[in-house]
Design a protein around this ligand. Structure first.
Ligand code: DMJ
Length: 494
């Protein structure tokens, strides 16, 4: 169904967009590696195009569409939206136009479907905004705003902390049944800021900005046990749920967005930087430890004790520490560069200590066990990007060749063990040399994993980090050169 015609959005000065294409390295070997990653992207995309088109994701072995509850019950083409900017920077323009056409003609948000506010924000709004900035095509901006309007009812809670899920048609929201005492999740309601600030910037409508700043203000007022943010917050009472803190799942991108709010504001949002510095200080004090074998890891705080377990998701933090090094308190840049490098090394070890050279979902540091998964249920690899993301940030900030070597090792392992005739699949046990596939090609594989690999083998002038900030799904958004965080200098915001 086509979407109704709407009034055009007000014109705003589009930030100076630098490095939207190119990045071809001079070195032959690097060029070949980069081409190989592009070929992998083609394989993933072409198979989705043939067997999964319009569905959210692809089952590469069954060769049909796939979806999970985060995308609700309708076919929203998650892979198309998530992949667009990767296609664009790789110069896959026919594929990009094909995706654009699908979005123009089919992407409809007036559906009776209950979606995850966080996932839809990072993958769809982030993906559409990045596609808009890169290509200049208005349709992406229009669709991003239409979708954002549909998410707004999720904020109608007694505290303004949004529900985890919202029905796009009725606007009724609720939380995940498994979350502590009806709570909303820190990494979900805390990972809206970048996209919502851009929405206000582009539309001149301050509502999005107000919603995310309200969340920030509320968090600032709350007591934090040991200076740590618990992962659960009840949106009815405004009280914390379980005292569980993690830099991996449930917490991760909240910290990332504090840092990125500051970077995206051209380093003027000092409030966000302070919240990031405070949070990281507490995390270093209570969660980061060195194993007997000398590996630095980030554990999880559960009811007063430290669980010595690190998730694959937490591996993104190596990149975050490095990205936040410049501008750190008391000029501890060197310290954070080193910490980022140590996390990268630990996460590389978690890959290296497996049969497939791909990392498990989560790994332990317990006595003799270091950087290895113990429980069967934690041995899978689902094409996640975080370790490669960290290699890429480390590469950009240090130019130490080891990060390109490690990235290439991961690319070869993905090619060898995850590639199937119908696309790419996750594997169920990275310690078994005969992999069993899970038959899912996650949309973030195209949005993040392949994008970070491509950037790792590109020159630094492709999407330079002083002009672009990547959202948590690797969608690049430009730095906004605003005088302050109220957006008052933006002529579009009145
Ligand atoms: C992605 O959707 C995002 O990176 C998110 O922040 C965490 N998990 C997945 C990839 O693993």
């Amino acid at each position: 169904m086509k979407t109704k015609e709407k009034k055009p959005l007000p014109a705003v000065p589009i930030p100076n967009l630098i490095g939207t294409h190119g990045g071809e390295p001079e070195d032959n070997d690097l060029r070949e590696k980069r081409e190989k990653i592009k070929e992998m992207m083609k394989h993933a995309w072409d198979n989705y195009r043939i067997y999964g088109w319009g569905h959210n994701e692809l089952r590469p072995i069954a060769r049909k569409g796939h979806s999970t509850n985060i995308f609700g019950s309708s076919q929203m083409g998650a892979t198309i939206v998530d992949a667009l900017d990767t296609l664009y920077i790789m110069g896959l323009h026919d594929e990009f136009r094909d995706g654009q056409k699908w979005i123009e003609n089919n992407l409809d948000f007036s559906v009776n479907s209950e979606v995850s506010v966080f996932e839809v924000n990072i993958r769809f709004i982030g993906g559409l905004l990045a596609a808009y900035y890169l290509s200049g095509e208005e349709i992406f901006k229009i669709k991003a705003v239409q979708l954002a309007e549909k998410l707004l009812p999720a904020f109608n809670t007694p505290t303004g902390i949004p529900w985890a899920m919202v029905n796009l048609k009725s606007g009724v929201g609720r939380n995940w049944g498994w979350a502590s005492a009806g709570s909303s999740i820190l990494a979900e309601f805390g990972t809206l800021h970048m996209e919502f600030v851009h929405l206000s910037y582009l539309t001149g409508n301050p509502i999005y900005y107000k919603k995310v700043m309200h969340i920030r203000k509320l968090l600032q007022k709350m007591d934090r046990p040991n200076g740590l943010y618990p992962n659960y917050l009840n949106p009815r009472t405004g009280r914390w749920g379980q005292y569980h803190t993690s830099v991996g799942g449930l917490g991760d991108s909240f910290y990332e967005y504090l840092l990125k709010a500051w970077l995206m504001s051209d380093k003027t949002d000092h409030e966000a930087r302070k919240m990031y510095d405070d949070a990281i200080e507490a995390i270093e004090k209570h969660l980061i430890r060195k194993s007997r074998g000398g590996l630095t890891f980030i554990g999880e705080w559960k009811n007063g004790h430290l669980e010595k377990k690190m998730g694959h998701l937490a591996c993104f933090a190596g990149g975050m520490f490095v990205l936040g090094a410049d501008g750190s308190r008391m000029d501890q840049a060197g310290h954070y560069l080193e910490l980022g490098a140590e996390i990268a090394r630990t996460c590389h070890e978690s890959y290296d200590r497996t049969a497939l050279k791909l990392g498990p979902e989560s790994f332990k540091f317990d006595g003799a066990v270091e950087a290895v998964a113990v429980r069967q249920a934690e041995k899978y690899y689902i094409l996640r990007p975080e370790v490669i993301e960290t290699y890429w940030y480390l590469w950009r900030f240090t130019h130490d060749p080891r990060y390109r070597e490690w990235g290439w090792e991961a690319a070869l392992a993905i090619e060898k063990y995850c590639r199937v005739t119908g696309g790419f699949s996750g594997v169920k046990d990275v310690y078994s040399s005969t992999p069993t596939h899970d038959d899912v090609q996650q949309s973030f594989f195209l949005a993040e994993t392949l994008k970070y690999l491509y950037l790792l083998f590109s020159s630094d002038d492709l999407l330079p980090l002083d002009h672009w900030v990547f959202n948590t799904e690797a969608h690049p958004l430009p730095v906004l050169h605003l005088a302050n965080t109220t957006l008052s200098r933006n002529p579009a915001v009145r």
